[in-house]
Design a protein around this ligand. Structure first.
Ligand code: ATP
Ligand code: MG
Length: 512
Protein backbone atom coordinates (compact mmCIF):
# COMPACT_ATOMS: atom_id res chain seq x y z
CA UNK A 1 0.00 0.00 0.00
CA UNK A 2 1.36 3.45 -0.82
CA UNK A 3 1.54 6.17 1.75
CA UNK A 4 -0.07 8.83 -0.35
CA UNK A 5 -3.06 6.69 -1.23
CA UNK A 6 -5.91 9.18 -1.77
CA UNK A 7 -8.38 7.08 0.17
CA UNK A 8 -6.31 6.96 3.32
CA UNK A 9 -6.27 9.84 5.75
CA UNK A 10 -4.07 8.24 8.37
CA UNK A 11 -1.77 5.24 8.57
CA UNK A 12 0.46 4.02 11.34
CA UNK A 13 3.46 1.81 10.76
CA UNK A 14 5.01 -0.30 13.51
CA UNK A 15 3.79 1.96 16.29
CA UNK A 16 4.88 0.91 19.80
CA UNK A 17 4.66 2.45 23.24
CA UNK A 18 6.41 1.36 26.39
CA UNK A 19 5.98 2.83 29.87
CA UNK A 20 9.11 1.67 31.68
CA UNK A 21 8.70 -2.11 31.41
CA UNK A 22 4.98 -2.02 30.61
CA UNK A 23 4.30 -2.66 26.95
CA UNK A 24 1.13 -0.70 26.29
CA UNK A 25 1.24 -1.00 22.50
CA UNK A 26 3.31 -3.20 20.29
CA UNK A 27 4.08 -2.78 16.60
CA UNK A 28 0.70 -1.54 15.39
CA UNK A 29 0.24 -1.15 11.64
CA UNK A 30 -3.15 0.14 10.55
CA UNK A 31 -4.72 2.21 7.74
CA UNK A 32 -7.67 4.50 8.29
CA UNK A 33 -9.82 5.50 5.33
CA UNK A 34 -11.00 9.01 4.65
CA UNK A 35 -14.55 9.58 5.90
CA UNK A 36 -15.00 6.20 7.58
CA UNK A 37 -16.23 5.49 11.09
CA UNK A 38 -13.72 3.03 12.51
CA UNK A 39 -14.41 1.24 15.77
CA UNK A 40 -11.41 0.48 17.94
CA UNK A 41 -12.21 -2.63 19.95
CA UNK A 42 -10.43 -4.52 22.69
CA UNK A 43 -10.63 -5.45 26.34
CA UNK A 44 -9.77 -3.07 29.17
CA UNK A 45 -6.05 -2.40 28.91
CA UNK A 46 -5.76 -3.53 25.28
CA UNK A 47 -4.08 -0.25 24.32
CA UNK A 48 -6.91 1.70 22.68
CA UNK A 49 -6.46 4.93 24.64
CA UNK A 50 -2.69 4.72 24.34
CA UNK A 51 -3.07 4.46 20.56
CA UNK A 52 -5.21 7.56 20.28
CA UNK A 53 -2.98 9.54 22.63
CA UNK A 54 -0.22 9.14 20.08
CA UNK A 55 -2.44 10.49 17.34
CA UNK A 56 -3.31 13.56 19.38
CA UNK A 57 0.28 14.09 20.43
CA UNK A 58 -0.53 13.61 24.11
CA UNK A 59 2.05 10.80 24.19
CA UNK A 60 5.19 10.16 22.17
CA UNK A 61 5.56 6.78 20.44
CA UNK A 62 8.52 4.64 21.53
CA UNK A 63 8.94 3.65 17.89
CA UNK A 64 7.06 3.64 14.59
CA UNK A 65 5.57 6.23 12.29
CA UNK A 66 2.35 8.11 11.75
CA UNK A 67 1.40 9.12 8.22
CA UNK A 68 -1.28 11.79 8.04
CA UNK A 69 -2.54 12.92 4.67
CA UNK A 70 0.55 11.53 2.94
CA UNK A 71 3.07 13.14 5.28
CA UNK A 72 5.18 11.02 7.61
CA UNK A 73 5.82 11.92 11.26
CA UNK A 74 7.82 10.13 13.97
CA UNK A 75 5.77 11.92 16.56
CA UNK A 76 2.96 14.46 16.72
CA UNK A 77 2.65 17.12 19.38
CA UNK A 78 -0.72 18.49 20.53
CA UNK A 79 -0.37 21.73 18.55
CA UNK A 80 0.61 19.99 15.34
CA UNK A 81 -2.11 17.40 15.74
CA UNK A 82 -4.67 20.17 16.18
CA UNK A 83 -3.32 22.02 13.14
CA UNK A 84 -3.72 18.85 11.11
CA UNK A 85 -7.38 18.88 12.08
CA UNK A 86 -7.32 16.04 14.61
CA UNK A 87 -9.63 16.47 17.61
CA UNK A 88 -10.30 14.09 20.47
CA UNK A 89 -12.68 13.42 23.29
CA UNK A 90 -10.72 11.60 25.95
CA UNK A 91 -11.99 9.10 28.47
CA UNK A 92 -11.02 11.55 31.21
CA UNK A 93 -13.00 14.74 31.61
CA UNK A 94 -11.25 17.90 30.54
CA UNK A 95 -13.92 20.51 31.25
CA UNK A 96 -13.54 23.31 33.75
CA UNK A 97 -16.41 22.86 36.20
CA UNK A 98 -16.94 26.47 37.25
CA UNK A 99 -17.00 27.93 33.76
CA UNK A 100 -20.14 28.05 31.65
CA UNK A 101 -20.79 25.54 28.88
CA UNK A 102 -20.05 28.20 26.26
CA UNK A 103 -16.76 29.24 27.89
CA UNK A 104 -15.71 25.60 27.96
CA UNK A 105 -16.55 25.15 24.30
CA UNK A 106 -14.31 28.10 23.39
CA UNK A 107 -11.66 27.46 26.03
CA UNK A 108 -8.22 28.33 24.65
CA UNK A 109 -9.65 30.06 21.58
CA UNK A 110 -11.99 32.57 23.20
CA UNK A 111 -13.77 35.09 21.04
CA UNK A 112 -12.55 38.60 21.85
CA UNK A 113 -13.93 42.04 21.19
CA UNK A 114 -11.74 45.10 20.93
CA UNK A 115 -9.09 45.47 23.60
CA UNK A 116 -8.74 41.81 24.49
CA UNK A 117 -12.08 41.62 26.30
CA UNK A 118 -14.07 38.42 26.12
CA UNK A 119 -17.03 38.65 23.81
CA UNK A 120 -19.26 36.50 26.00
CA UNK A 121 -22.39 37.42 24.10
CA UNK A 122 -20.97 36.12 20.84
CA UNK A 123 -19.62 32.99 22.55
CA UNK A 124 -23.05 32.28 24.02
CA UNK A 125 -24.69 32.88 20.66
CA UNK A 126 -22.42 30.56 18.72
CA UNK A 127 -22.41 27.84 21.36
CA UNK A 128 -26.19 28.00 21.64
CA UNK A 129 -26.52 27.70 17.87
CA UNK A 130 -24.31 24.59 17.92
CA UNK A 131 -26.30 22.96 20.72
CA UNK A 132 -29.60 23.81 19.05
CA UNK A 133 -28.39 22.37 15.76
CA UNK A 134 -27.50 19.10 17.46
CA UNK A 135 -30.88 18.83 19.16
CA UNK A 136 -29.58 19.43 22.65
CA UNK A 137 -31.94 21.53 24.68
CA UNK A 138 -29.81 23.33 27.26
CA UNK A 139 -28.87 26.88 28.23
CA UNK A 140 -25.16 27.28 27.37
CA UNK A 141 -24.76 29.92 30.09
CA UNK A 142 -25.14 27.22 32.75
CA UNK A 143 -22.02 26.20 34.60
CA UNK A 144 -20.63 22.78 33.72
CA UNK A 145 -20.67 21.68 37.38
CA UNK A 146 -24.43 22.19 37.49
CA UNK A 147 -25.45 19.91 34.63
CA UNK A 148 -24.74 16.24 35.48
CA UNK A 149 -22.28 13.79 33.93
CA UNK A 150 -24.29 12.84 30.86
CA UNK A 151 -24.69 16.42 29.72
CA UNK A 152 -21.07 17.15 30.56
CA UNK A 153 -20.12 14.41 28.18
CA UNK A 154 -22.17 15.95 25.37
CA UNK A 155 -20.39 19.25 26.08
CA UNK A 156 -17.04 17.45 25.74
CA UNK A 157 -18.11 16.04 22.40
CA UNK A 158 -19.45 19.31 21.07
CA UNK A 159 -16.30 21.08 22.23
CA UNK A 160 -14.33 18.82 19.90
CA UNK A 161 -16.93 19.14 17.14
CA UNK A 162 -16.90 22.93 17.38
CA UNK A 163 -13.32 22.93 16.08
CA UNK A 164 -14.66 21.57 12.82
CA UNK A 165 -12.11 18.73 12.74
CA UNK A 166 -11.29 16.54 9.75
CA UNK A 167 -10.49 13.63 12.00
CA UNK A 168 -12.18 13.08 15.32
CA UNK A 169 -11.39 10.50 17.96
CA UNK A 170 -14.07 9.59 20.47
CA UNK A 171 -12.80 7.49 23.37
CA UNK A 172 -15.85 5.97 25.03
CA UNK A 173 -18.01 9.01 24.46
CA UNK A 174 -21.22 7.14 25.21
CA UNK A 175 -20.22 5.54 28.53
CA UNK A 176 -22.03 8.10 30.72
CA UNK A 177 -24.94 8.60 28.34
CA UNK A 178 -28.43 7.22 28.78
CA UNK A 179 -30.80 6.47 25.90
CA UNK A 180 -31.83 10.05 25.38
CA UNK A 181 -28.36 11.53 25.08
CA UNK A 182 -27.20 8.56 23.06
CA UNK A 183 -29.80 9.57 20.50
CA UNK A 184 -28.34 13.09 20.49
CA UNK A 185 -24.88 11.55 20.08
CA UNK A 186 -25.98 9.50 17.05
CA UNK A 187 -27.32 12.68 15.56
CA UNK A 188 -23.94 14.37 16.05
CA UNK A 189 -22.19 11.47 14.33
CA UNK A 190 -24.64 11.65 11.45
CA UNK A 191 -23.82 15.33 10.94
CA UNK A 192 -20.08 14.63 11.11
CA UNK A 193 -20.48 11.90 8.50
CA UNK A 194 -22.28 14.32 6.21
CA UNK A 195 -19.18 16.52 6.36
CA UNK A 196 -16.99 13.51 5.53
CA UNK A 197 -15.21 13.71 8.87
CA UNK A 198 -13.19 10.58 9.68
CA UNK A 199 -14.13 9.12 13.05
CA UNK A 200 -12.42 6.70 15.41
CA UNK A 201 -14.95 5.41 17.90
CA UNK A 202 -14.26 3.44 21.07
CA UNK A 203 -17.07 1.87 23.08
CA UNK A 204 -17.64 -1.11 25.32
CA UNK A 205 -21.31 -0.99 24.37
CA UNK A 206 -20.77 -3.27 21.44
CA UNK A 207 -24.21 -2.83 19.92
CA UNK A 208 -23.25 0.79 19.17
CA UNK A 209 -20.46 -0.46 16.93
CA UNK A 210 -23.02 -2.27 14.82
CA UNK A 211 -25.28 0.78 14.80
CA UNK A 212 -22.77 3.31 13.56
CA UNK A 213 -19.39 1.97 12.40
CA UNK A 214 -18.13 0.91 8.98
CA UNK A 215 -15.14 -1.12 10.13
CA UNK A 216 -13.76 -2.47 13.37
CA UNK A 217 -10.08 -2.72 14.28
CA UNK A 218 -9.36 -5.14 17.08
CA UNK A 219 -6.52 -4.84 19.60
CA UNK A 220 -5.55 -7.44 22.15
CA UNK A 221 -2.85 -7.01 24.81
CA UNK A 222 -1.32 -4.09 22.96
CA UNK A 223 -1.20 -5.89 19.63
CA UNK A 224 -3.19 -5.42 16.47
CA UNK A 225 -5.37 -8.45 15.72
CA UNK A 226 -7.34 -7.62 12.57
CA UNK A 227 -9.79 -5.25 10.91
CA UNK A 228 -13.18 -6.37 9.67
CA UNK A 229 -16.05 -4.71 7.84
CA UNK A 230 -18.85 -4.37 10.35
CA UNK A 231 -21.40 -5.65 7.83
CA UNK A 232 -19.57 -8.99 7.75
CA UNK A 233 -19.26 -9.19 11.52
CA UNK A 234 -21.54 -10.79 14.10
CA UNK A 235 -21.60 -9.89 17.79
CA UNK A 236 -20.34 -13.34 18.65
CA UNK A 237 -17.38 -13.07 16.34
CA UNK A 238 -16.51 -9.57 17.49
CA UNK A 239 -16.48 -10.74 21.10
CA UNK A 240 -14.37 -13.77 20.37
CA UNK A 241 -11.87 -11.63 18.43
CA UNK A 242 -11.63 -9.20 21.34
CA UNK A 243 -11.58 -11.63 24.20
CA UNK A 244 -10.13 -14.74 22.59
CA UNK A 245 -12.80 -16.95 24.17
CA UNK A 246 -16.55 -17.44 24.13
CA UNK A 247 -18.71 -15.45 26.54
CA UNK A 248 -22.11 -16.87 27.38
CA UNK A 249 -23.81 -13.48 27.55
CA UNK A 250 -26.37 -14.92 29.95
CA UNK A 251 -27.37 -13.21 33.14
CA UNK A 252 -26.89 -15.27 36.30
CA UNK A 253 -29.69 -15.25 38.84
CA UNK A 254 -29.49 -15.06 42.63
CA UNK A 255 -31.01 -18.12 44.26
CA UNK A 256 -31.30 -17.33 47.93
CA UNK A 257 -33.50 -14.26 48.17
CA UNK A 258 -35.52 -14.30 51.37
CA UNK A 259 -38.60 -12.41 52.57
CA UNK A 260 -36.58 -10.65 55.22
CA UNK A 261 -36.62 -6.91 54.60
CA UNK A 262 -33.15 -5.45 55.10
CA UNK A 263 -33.83 -1.90 54.10
CA UNK A 264 -37.07 0.00 53.93
CA UNK A 265 -37.36 3.60 52.82
CA UNK A 266 -40.55 5.55 53.37
CA UNK A 267 -41.42 8.89 51.81
CA UNK A 268 -37.86 10.14 51.36
CA UNK A 269 -37.70 13.76 50.27
CA UNK A 270 -35.02 16.32 49.58
CA UNK A 271 -34.50 18.95 46.92
CA UNK A 272 -33.93 16.26 44.25
CA UNK A 273 -36.27 13.46 45.27
CA UNK A 274 -39.89 13.37 46.18
CA UNK A 275 -41.74 10.86 48.35
CA UNK A 276 -39.51 7.90 47.49
CA UNK A 277 -40.53 4.60 49.13
CA UNK A 278 -39.09 1.16 48.46
CA UNK A 279 -38.02 -2.11 50.06
CA UNK A 280 -34.97 -4.30 49.70
CA UNK A 281 -34.87 -7.94 50.83
CA UNK A 282 -31.97 -10.04 51.98
CA UNK A 283 -30.13 -11.62 49.05
CA UNK A 284 -32.04 -9.55 46.53
CA UNK A 285 -30.86 -7.52 43.56
CA UNK A 286 -33.19 -4.63 42.75
CA UNK A 287 -32.79 -2.32 39.80
CA UNK A 288 -33.50 1.39 39.51
CA UNK A 289 -34.39 2.44 35.97
CA UNK A 290 -35.04 5.88 34.54
CA UNK A 291 -33.71 8.57 32.28
CA UNK A 292 -30.84 10.83 33.21
CA UNK A 293 -31.83 13.27 35.93
CA UNK A 294 -34.64 10.99 37.14
CA UNK A 295 -33.23 11.14 40.69
CA UNK A 296 -31.80 7.63 40.97
CA UNK A 297 -28.30 8.76 41.86
CA UNK A 298 -29.80 11.23 44.30
CA UNK A 299 -31.65 8.46 46.14
CA UNK A 300 -28.38 6.54 46.37
CA UNK A 301 -26.51 9.59 47.64
CA UNK A 302 -29.14 10.30 50.28
CA UNK A 303 -29.03 6.70 51.54
CA UNK A 304 -25.25 6.88 51.67
CA UNK A 305 -25.29 10.11 53.65
CA UNK A 306 -23.70 12.10 50.85
CA UNK A 307 -26.73 14.41 50.48
CA UNK A 308 -29.05 15.46 53.32
CA UNK A 309 -32.61 14.20 53.59
CA UNK A 310 -35.36 16.66 54.44
CA UNK A 311 -37.96 14.13 55.50
CA UNK A 312 -38.82 10.45 55.39
CA UNK A 313 -37.88 7.36 57.30
CA UNK A 314 -35.35 4.61 56.75
CA UNK A 315 -35.37 1.29 58.57
CA UNK A 316 -32.20 -0.74 58.23
CA UNK A 317 -32.12 -4.24 59.74
CA UNK A 318 -35.16 -3.41 61.86
CA UNK A 319 -33.76 -0.19 63.32
CA UNK A 320 -34.18 3.45 62.46
CA UNK A 321 -31.31 4.66 60.30
CA UNK A 322 -30.55 8.32 59.72
CA UNK A 323 -27.64 8.66 57.30
CA UNK A 324 -25.14 11.21 58.61
CA UNK A 325 -22.16 10.86 56.29
CA UNK A 326 -20.66 8.33 53.88
CA UNK A 327 -18.40 7.21 56.69
CA UNK A 328 -21.36 6.57 58.91
CA UNK A 329 -23.12 4.65 56.11
CA UNK A 330 -20.07 2.44 55.55
CA UNK A 331 -19.84 1.82 59.27
CA UNK A 332 -23.42 0.59 59.54
CA UNK A 333 -22.97 -1.49 56.39
CA UNK A 334 -24.26 0.51 53.43
CA UNK A 335 -21.77 1.01 50.60
CA UNK A 336 -22.00 2.99 47.38
CA UNK A 337 -20.03 2.82 44.16
CA UNK A 338 -20.61 6.25 42.72
CA UNK A 339 -21.59 6.95 39.14
CA UNK A 340 -18.99 9.66 38.71
CA UNK A 341 -15.99 7.49 39.46
CA UNK A 342 -13.50 9.96 38.10
CA UNK A 343 -14.74 12.63 40.46
CA UNK A 344 -15.63 10.62 43.53
CA UNK A 345 -14.55 7.04 43.16
CA UNK A 346 -10.96 6.35 42.41
CA UNK A 347 -7.94 7.85 44.16
CA UNK A 348 -5.66 8.30 41.17
CA UNK A 349 -2.58 9.26 43.15
CA UNK A 350 -2.63 6.08 45.24
CA UNK A 351 -1.61 2.59 44.19
CA UNK A 352 -4.00 -0.29 43.55
CA UNK A 353 -3.43 -1.82 47.00
CA UNK A 354 -4.14 1.43 48.84
CA UNK A 355 -7.28 2.04 46.82
CA UNK A 356 -8.61 -1.41 47.59
CA UNK A 357 -8.37 -1.10 51.35
CA UNK A 358 -9.05 2.62 51.63
CA UNK A 359 -12.68 2.42 52.72
CA UNK A 360 -12.21 -0.46 55.11
CA UNK A 361 -8.92 0.25 56.83
CA UNK A 362 -10.03 -0.86 60.33
CA UNK A 363 -10.46 -4.36 58.96
CA UNK A 364 -6.80 -4.50 58.01
CA UNK A 365 -5.35 -3.21 61.26
CA UNK A 366 -3.54 -5.38 63.74
CA UNK A 367 -3.20 -4.39 67.39
CA UNK A 368 -5.61 -1.62 66.44
CA UNK A 369 -3.14 0.64 64.68
CA UNK A 370 -0.69 -1.04 62.25
CA UNK A 371 -1.76 -2.35 58.90
CA UNK A 372 -1.54 -6.10 58.59
CA UNK A 373 0.51 -6.20 55.39
CA UNK A 374 -0.19 -9.81 54.58
CA UNK A 375 -3.94 -9.43 55.01
CA UNK A 376 -3.88 -6.33 52.84
CA UNK A 377 -1.80 -8.04 50.14
CA UNK A 378 -3.91 -11.19 50.12
CA UNK A 379 -7.13 -9.22 49.82
CA UNK A 380 -5.76 -7.05 47.01
CA UNK A 381 -4.40 -10.02 45.08
CA UNK A 382 -7.76 -11.74 45.49
CA UNK A 383 -9.60 -8.83 43.88
CA UNK A 384 -7.02 -8.48 41.11
CA UNK A 385 -7.69 -12.11 40.28
CA UNK A 386 -11.48 -12.14 40.76
CA UNK A 387 -12.08 -9.01 38.73
CA UNK A 388 -9.25 -9.71 36.31
CA UNK A 389 -7.67 -6.29 36.93
CA UNK A 390 -4.90 -5.69 34.41
CA UNK A 391 -2.02 -4.21 36.37
CA UNK A 392 1.66 -5.15 36.36
CA UNK A 393 1.58 -5.45 40.19
CA UNK A 394 -0.50 -4.25 43.13
CA UNK A 395 1.75 -1.26 43.75
CA UNK A 396 1.05 0.37 40.40
CA UNK A 397 -0.42 3.89 40.58
CA UNK A 398 -4.09 3.73 39.68
CA UNK A 399 -3.74 6.68 37.32
CA UNK A 400 -1.51 4.47 35.14
CA UNK A 401 -4.19 1.83 34.67
CA UNK A 402 -6.56 1.87 31.72
CA UNK A 403 -9.99 3.45 32.27
CA UNK A 404 -11.85 0.17 32.67
CA UNK A 405 -9.28 -1.22 35.07
CA UNK A 406 -9.55 1.89 37.24
CA UNK A 407 -13.23 1.17 37.54
CA UNK A 408 -12.56 -2.37 38.60
CA UNK A 409 -10.34 -1.01 41.38
CA UNK A 410 -13.25 1.08 42.64
CA UNK A 411 -15.43 -2.00 42.62
CA UNK A 412 -12.90 -3.92 44.66
CA UNK A 413 -12.77 -1.10 47.18
CA UNK A 414 -16.46 -1.32 47.93
CA UNK A 415 -16.41 -5.12 47.96
CA UNK A 416 -13.65 -5.04 50.49
CA UNK A 417 -15.86 -3.11 52.93
CA UNK A 418 -18.09 -6.15 53.40
CA UNK A 419 -21.20 -4.00 53.55
CA UNK A 420 -24.54 -5.79 53.69
CA UNK A 421 -26.25 -3.34 51.35
CA UNK A 422 -24.33 -2.45 48.23
CA UNK A 423 -25.45 0.30 45.92
CA UNK A 424 -23.94 0.08 42.45
CA UNK A 425 -24.48 3.22 40.39
CA UNK A 426 -23.85 2.21 36.75
CA UNK A 427 -21.53 -0.66 37.75
CA UNK A 428 -20.33 -1.71 34.31
CA UNK A 429 -19.76 1.65 32.71
CA UNK A 430 -16.61 1.46 30.59
CA UNK A 431 -16.04 -2.17 31.47
CA UNK A 432 -15.33 -4.66 28.69
CA UNK A 433 -17.66 -7.45 27.72
CA UNK A 434 -15.75 -10.24 29.47
CA UNK A 435 -15.34 -8.33 32.72
CA UNK A 436 -19.03 -7.35 32.67
CA UNK A 437 -19.90 -11.00 32.88
CA UNK A 438 -17.49 -11.37 35.80
CA UNK A 439 -19.17 -8.49 37.59
CA UNK A 440 -22.64 -9.98 37.06
CA UNK A 441 -21.44 -13.30 38.44
CA UNK A 442 -19.86 -11.53 41.37
CA UNK A 443 -23.08 -9.61 42.14
CA UNK A 444 -24.95 -12.90 42.21
CA UNK A 445 -22.36 -14.50 44.42
CA UNK A 446 -22.68 -11.56 46.82
CA UNK A 447 -26.48 -11.86 46.83
CA UNK A 448 -26.24 -15.57 47.50
CA UNK A 449 -23.90 -14.80 50.38
CA UNK A 450 -26.71 -12.77 51.95
CA UNK A 451 -25.87 -9.28 50.67
CA UNK A 452 -28.56 -7.08 49.18
CA UNK A 453 -27.90 -5.04 46.10
CA UNK A 454 -29.36 -1.89 44.61
CA UNK A 455 -28.27 -1.44 41.01
CA UNK A 456 -28.81 1.78 39.13
CA UNK A 457 -28.33 1.16 35.44
CA UNK A 458 -29.05 2.87 32.17
CA UNK A 459 -28.15 -0.22 30.19
CA UNK A 460 -31.50 -1.83 29.51
CA UNK A 461 -30.26 -5.40 28.92
CA UNK A 462 -28.34 -5.30 32.20
CA UNK A 463 -31.20 -3.74 34.16
CA UNK A 464 -33.67 -6.28 32.81
CA UNK A 465 -31.29 -9.22 33.03
CA UNK A 466 -29.97 -8.69 36.54
CA UNK A 467 -32.90 -7.27 38.55
CA UNK A 468 -35.39 -9.32 40.51
CA UNK A 469 -37.53 -6.24 40.92
CA UNK A 470 -37.29 -2.86 39.23
CA UNK A 471 -38.30 0.54 40.50
CA UNK A 472 -38.66 3.13 37.77
CA UNK A 473 -38.08 6.80 38.54
CA UNK A 474 -39.01 9.97 36.74
CA UNK A 475 -38.52 13.57 37.83
CA UNK A 476 -37.51 12.62 41.35
CA UNK A 477 -40.38 10.21 42.06
CA UNK A 478 -40.90 6.49 41.78
CA UNK A 479 -43.40 5.93 38.98
CA UNK A 480 -43.57 2.13 38.96
CA UNK A 481 -42.51 -1.07 40.66
CA UNK A 482 -42.23 -4.21 38.54
CA UNK A 483 -41.53 -7.79 39.54
CA UNK A 484 -39.50 -10.17 37.41
CA UNK A 485 -41.60 -11.28 34.46
CA UNK A 486 -43.58 -8.02 34.48
CA UNK A 487 -40.97 -5.69 33.09
CA UNK A 488 -39.60 -5.14 29.62
CA UNK A 489 -37.94 -2.28 27.77
CA UNK A 490 -41.24 -0.76 26.67
CA UNK A 491 -42.98 -0.52 30.03
CA UNK A 492 -39.81 0.66 31.78
CA UNK A 493 -39.33 3.42 29.21
CA UNK A 494 -42.97 4.37 29.42
CA UNK A 495 -42.86 4.78 33.20
CA UNK A 496 -39.47 6.52 32.95
CA UNK A 497 -41.09 9.13 30.74
CA UNK A 498 -43.95 10.02 33.04
CA UNK A 499 -44.09 13.67 33.93
CA UNK A 500 -44.35 16.72 31.79
CA UNK A 501 -40.72 17.29 30.90
CA UNK A 502 -39.85 13.67 30.23
CA UNK A 503 -42.98 13.03 28.21
CA UNK A 504 -41.75 15.45 25.55
CA UNK A 505 -38.26 13.94 25.54
CA UNK A 506 -39.71 10.47 25.22
CA UNK A 507 -41.78 11.43 22.20
CA UNK A 508 -38.78 13.10 20.61
CA UNK A 509 -36.71 9.98 21.19
CA UNK A 510 -39.35 7.64 19.78
CA UNK A 511 -39.57 9.75 16.62
CA UNK A 512 -35.90 9.19 15.82
N1 ATP B 1 1.30 6.14 32.14
C1 ATP B 1 1.30 4.80 32.15
N2 ATP B 1 2.22 4.12 32.89
C2 ATP B 1 2.24 2.78 32.92
N3 ATP B 1 1.38 2.00 32.25
C3 ATP B 1 0.45 2.60 31.49
C4 ATP B 1 0.35 4.03 31.40
N4 ATP B 1 -0.67 4.34 30.59
C5 ATP B 1 -1.19 3.15 30.18
N5 ATP B 1 -0.52 2.12 30.72
C6 ATP B 1 -0.79 0.69 30.50
O1 ATP B 1 -0.97 0.47 29.13
C7 ATP B 1 -1.95 -0.52 28.88
C8 ATP B 1 -2.96 -0.02 27.87
O2 ATP B 1 -3.76 0.97 28.45
P1 ATP B 1 -4.91 1.76 27.68
O3 ATP B 1 -5.36 2.85 28.56
O4 ATP B 1 -4.42 2.15 26.33
O5 ATP B 1 -6.05 0.63 27.53
P2 ATP B 1 -7.50 0.75 26.88
O6 ATP B 1 -7.55 -0.23 25.77
O7 ATP B 1 -7.82 2.15 26.57
O8 ATP B 1 -8.43 0.17 28.04
P3 ATP B 1 -9.92 0.65 28.59
O9 ATP B 1 -10.91 -0.06 27.75
O10 ATP B 1 -9.93 0.11 29.98
O11 ATP B 1 -9.99 2.12 28.54
C9 ATP B 1 -2.57 -0.85 30.22
O12 ATP B 1 -2.07 -2.08 30.66
C10 ATP B 1 -2.12 0.26 31.14
O13 ATP B 1 -1.95 -0.21 32.44
MG1 MG C 1 -9.16 3.50 27.38
Amino acid sequence: MTNNNEDLILSVRGLSKYYAKVRALSDITLDIRRGEVLALCGENGAGKSTFIKMLTGAETPSSGQIIFDGKTYDTLDPVLSMELGIAAVYQEFSLIPYLSIAENIFYGREILKGKGLLDLKEMYRRAQALFDEMGMDIDVRKRVCDIGVAYQQIVEILKAVSRDPRFIILDEPTAPLTLKETAIFFNIVKKLREKNTTIIFISHRLEEIFQMCDRAAIFMDGRFVTTEDVKDLTMRRLISLMVGREISGEFPEPTKTSDEVVLECKNLCNSHINDVSFKLHKGEIIGFGGLVGAGRTEVARALFGADPLESGQITYKGKNYTPKSPRHALKVGIGLIPEDRKGQGVLLGLVVRENTVFSSLPKYLQYGFVIDGKKERDATLGYIKDLNIKTPHMNQLVKNLSGGNQQKVVLSRILSTECDVLIFDEPTRGIDVGAKQEIYNLMCKLADAGKSIIMISSEMPELIGMSQRIYVMSEGSITAEFKKGEFDQTNILEKASLGRKNRQLHLKFMEQ
